[in-house]
Design a protein around this ligand. Sequence first.
Ligand code: PHE
Length: 344
Amino acid sequence: MSNIIKNIIKLKDEVVENISKIKEEQQLNNEKAKYLGKKGIIAEAIRMMDTLDESGKKELGRVSNETKKLINVCLENQRKLIENEKINQKLLKEAIDVTLPGTKIKTGTRHVLRQTVDEIVQLFSEMGYIVAEGPEIENEDYNFEKLNLPKNHPARDMQDTFYITEQILLRTHTSPVQVRTMLKNNGNKPIKIVCPGKVYRRDDDDATHSHQFMQLEGLIVDKKVSISDLKGTLDEIARKMFGEDKKIRLRPSYFPFTEPSVEVDVTCNCGGVGCNICKQTGWIEILGAGMVHPNVLTACGYDPEVYRGFAFGLGIERIAMLKYGIDDIRNFYINDIRFLNQFN
Ligand code: PHE
């Protein structure tokens, strides 16, 4: 038998083992070229066909055809094996262990000031109040003039103001929202709103002052509203906010937009014995309030002969400080996670 044919027969024995060892698809392609390509082993043998006699030619043709088929089958099988192995590896890698404990996702919480606002708003909405909001950049007319605080009124000094232009300012209280609401209602609809929001004053920051803080003001305008309604409302709110055993007292005070004006105190946790928080008085001031001044009603389109109203305003920070025993207002703003986490 010619060497050419012997070589091919030998090749037949080898390929099965060779191909079965291949692990990469690229290597399979190389191998295919090596055996079956134009310059491959078989093509090489065929080119030498002329050197054989008739029966040798036949034999070579038969053997090389068989070998080609065998190689093709082996390559195809190996290709499938490699592919399956790839899929198995992938499945293995992506396997999900359903018994693993889930990863806890850290979510933020509402800021303690937001929580306090939400709680107070909740109390008032149970009493039928609607939330009204307005811009923090206001005009002087709404922040002062319509609230019975004309230019050069000494009480403007009580609210040190950040001016942007001569007429535009950062609101010093949320009362302009009340002005806006009254104007919108054209002097003929009753009003029952609370206005929470940020306000700004040119204070030097210290433990009890901040140039920016939060207020919540309330306003009722209707035909029959008296100071006893105001007192009843505040009594109810104080008890819900600070505890059922709490009492309030009204002290005469002065605000340009209310007449009469009062300051409202609630009994201290010390039960009247006197402590640091109430400065030994047994009472803690929580808000300012009063009957809406006739000038304000008039300026905002309501006839003071027909309509009356009461208003109150409280500082959110102050309420939260009292409620949680916080002694420095700056804690609310520096976002120390150790502080904030306590209200989680
Ligand atoms: N607007 C007042 C302030 O910021 C608070 C207040 C509101 C007082 C309503 C009385 C009535 O000082």
